[in-house]
Design a binder for this molecule. Structure first.
Ligand SMILES: Nc1nc2c(ncn2[C@@H]2O[C@H](COP(=O)(O)OP(=O)(O)OP(=O)(O)O)[C@@H](O)[C@H]2O)c(=O)[nH]1
Ligand SMILES: [Mg+2]
Length: 299
């Protein structure tokens, strides 16, 4: 029997790169399931995070930041955004409230308008906005553009006003039974989560030139030893000069990436991990369907 007080459904995060969509997803599920970095285009595929409470179950769908696609990689990333918009009950338009409005914002607003789905406007990074009155012109601008069902200022990083956000979103979901089991957290496989942890550390450890040209694939995931999980990941780059940057002098950078990723993976698994990383040059992988399939950025 369906309880009249229980609501459930799918909710997609849509926004420009760096708005804080994945930070919010991780905060909501209470685990790091999506890579986060200050480099744009961190997220490359849809990631579901499931949040269940007494009032309802929300399946959040994190998506890549909206950008102009150049390579096949970027076209597939944007397809993931369009797919997510079509397949959910409610949209969350996430906006970094600490930056000024640009053409990219216009594009996101139009995407949301065209969808005709109920949309919650989330103004993120309010910890960076000293005087909260500064939010008023932004709220006014967005209200004129689109009829948002709610407008909620939050800080995903500090976890501010998130409970209120959950409440405001749940109101707009249909009365329905839970879609997933209570203890389910994500649709991502362990192999994918591991690859994302490694890629996050690469983004955090290297400068601006590396993020776009790097991908990570978990090539071996061996749990036969009950005391330690053995994992091999391949890091793709496009040129040998980039390989050198990731490895660093005497291998120091790759070692740092591996150590930091291992800590996160061990936390997620609750088990000891042996992580081996190797860098390989795969020319033009961003335009090759097979490579994109392998790294999990599907058509
Ligand atoms: N100060 C502050 N920083 C934040 C907040 N939320 C996210 N960030 C930072 O903003 C940067 C981008 O965060 P992400 O969660 O990766 O952003 P995203 O929207 O998923 O980005 P893409 O995956 O590239 O589309 C990171 O450096 C985060 O730490 C916030 O509420 N306050
Ligand atoms: Mg992201």
């Amino acid at each position: 029997m369906i309880s009249e007080n229980f609501r459930s459904g799918y909710v997609a995060f849509i926004g420009r790169p760096n708005a804080g969509k994945s930070t919010l997803l991780n905060h909501l599920v209470g685990e790091k399931i999506a890579a986060v970095s200050n480099k744009p285009q961190t997220t490359r595929h849809k990631i579901q995070g499931i949040v269940t409470s007494g009032e309802g179950q929300i399946v959040f769908v994190d998506t890549p930041g909206v950008h102009k696609p150049g390579y096949l990689l970027n076209r597939r990333m944007m397809s993931a955004v369009h797919d997510a918009i079509l397949s959910v009950d409610v949209l969350v338009l996430m906006r970094d409230a600490s930056v000024s409005t640009g053409n990219g914002d216009r594009f996101v607003i139009d995407l949301v308008k065209e969808s005709e789905k109920p949309t919650v406007l989330v103004l993120n990074k309010i910890d960076k906005v000293k005087d909260k009155k500064e939010l008023l012109p932004l709220i006014e601008f967005y209200s004129k553009e689109c009829d948002f069902v709610e407008i909620v200022p939050i800080s995903a990083l500090k976890g501010e006003a998130i409970d209120n956000l959950l409440k405001q979103i749940t109101k707009h979901l249909p009365v329905a039974e839970a879609i997933f089991g209570e203890d389910e957290m994500t649709d991502q496989s362990m192999r994918t989560l591991v690859a994302e942890m490694v890629r996050e550390k690469i983004l955090q450890t290297t400068g601006d030139e590396i993020p776009y040209v790097t991908a990570v694939v978990t090539e071996k995931y061996d749990e036969t030893d009950p005391t330690v999980t053995r994992i091999h990941c391949a890091i793709f780059v496009e040129r040998s000069s980039q390989k050198g940057i990731i490895i660093g002098k005497g291998g120091i950078k790759l070692k740092k990436i591996g150590t930091e990723a291992r800590v996160d993976i061990e936390h997620l698994l609750g088990k000891k991990v042996f992580l081996q990383l190797f860098v390989k040059v795969v020319e033009d992988w961003r335009n090759r369907p097979q490579d994109l399939d392998e790294i999990g950025v599907l058509e």
